[in-house]
Design a protein around this ligand. Structure first.
Ligand SMILES: [Zn+2]
Length: 369
């Protein structure tokens, strides 16, 4: 009897004490992956990858797959199997993934044998520990708010002929900045805090320079049809609808009109800059996620017409090395909407709904990483 108790005790201690050590290269920092035993095989909960490698873990039960994004690669596990793929390569870690208590567990030998194969230059297994690069910090620490237009460029002009887009965008950005900063967690910078002209390229260059984690460009829309109203949020893409193309042309016209005509336009279209718009590809998923959150919140708060989340090729979003979105907060060419947009209480409401969107977006992102 005492033997059995002793054995049980030993087993429990094993389960509690067993861990795999991850050591971050060039640092003295370590993390531990907790290990549990099932049928005598050592397993770890897939979410441990999230803890130690800041991996993004997504379970797709319908197609029996488990997606793990880490160190810029996507690893796909086939549920109930011992197979994992990365790109065109397939690896087998002998024991199948198991599900326990609605959590997914992966055999520990995946860490020691397969990870070094998937990341031959980055991850190494040495006797009793795994050496890996220190993962990026995915927390949102710095946000750049970009009030559209300014100085010699008034942006869209209101129905009345007296209200300018540049003034409304600055007012909303300043209100939003105050709200975020009041929380005391995130630093906020504006691409302009006065009525001055800033080129589109300078705006993202500034955000890159200070290593911002989010870029939000604030605009007001215009339409030849004075009846058109509503709100839309954009992320960067070359695929777009005719409607989105019209707004894109409107916002990109700054370059031709105020930055030096055809010559300036050509600079934006040169290869260098086209290559940098590929920078956004990496952030498309997060940019899209932020757009959806914003659109839902802003529409719910203002009761405005929902014109949806859209894609367009805005010069101002190109070259941003971070998730980047652009909000068109209403049509200044509509008599009613112009009035609302110029009204401080309405700007406050818009800023508050943008603040709530950021809050829920950041919570979601930080939970995922
Ligand atoms: Zn604009």
């Amino acid at each position: 009897m005492s033997k059995i108790i002793f054995l049980c005790f030993l087993l429990i201690t094993c389960m509690l004490w067993s861990t795999v050590i991850i050591e971050y290269e060039d640092t003295n920092e370590q993390e531990k992956i907790n290990v549990s035993k099932f049928d005598d095989v050592e397993y770890f909960n897939v979410y441990e990858l999230n803890k130690v490698f800041r991996a993004l873990v997504k379970v797709e039960v319908l197609d029996s797959r488990l997606y793990v994004n880490m160190y810029e690669k996507q690893i796909i596990f086939l549920l109930d199997s011992s197979y994992v793929t990365e790109g065109k390569k397939v690896y087998n870690f002998t024991f199948p993934i198991i599900q326990n208590d609605s959590k997914y567990y992966i055999p520990v030998n995946f860490l020691q044998e397969i990870l070094p194969l998937i990341y031959p230059e980055q991850i190494f297994y040495k006797i009793d520990k795994i050496i890996a690069p220190l993962p990026d910090d995915n927390r949102i620490n710095t946000i750049v708010l970009d009030p559209g237009h300014g100085g010699k460029d008034p942006g869209a002009i209101g129905f009345s002929g007296k209200v300018y887009e540049k003034d409304i965008t600055l007012a909303i950005a300043e209100k939003l900045k105050a709200k975020i900063e009041a929380e005391g967690k995130i630093k906020v910078f504006l691409t302009r805090s006065s009525d001055r002209f800033v080129s589109l390229r300078e705006r993202t260059e500034y955000a890159n320079e200070i290593e911002a984690d989010l870029f939000i460009s604030i605009h007001v829309n215009a339409h030849a049809d004075k009846d058109v109203t509503g709100i839309e949020v954009y992320y960067l893409s070359t695929a777009r609808t005719d409607d989105a193309r019209a707004t894109e042309a409107l916002e990109n016209a700054v370059v031709y009109n105020y930055e030096g005509g055809q010559e300036a336009l050509e600079k934006y279209n040169d290869l260098d800059f086209i290559l940098t718009d590929m920078a956004q590809n990496e952030y498309l998923q997060e940019s899209h996620e932020l757009c959806v959150t914003m659109q839902n919140n802003v529409i719910a708060a203002t009761g405005g017409v929902d014109r949806g989340v859209k894609q367009a090729d805005f010069y101002v979003l190109r070259g941003a090395f971070m998730p980047a979105v652009l909000i068109e907060s209403g049509f200044i060419t509509n008599k009613k909407e112009e009035k609302k947009l110029a009204y401080e209480d309405y700007q406050e409401k818009l800023a508050q709904s943008l603040f709530s969107s950021l809050d829920s977006f950041i919570r979601k992102i930080e939970l995922m990483h």
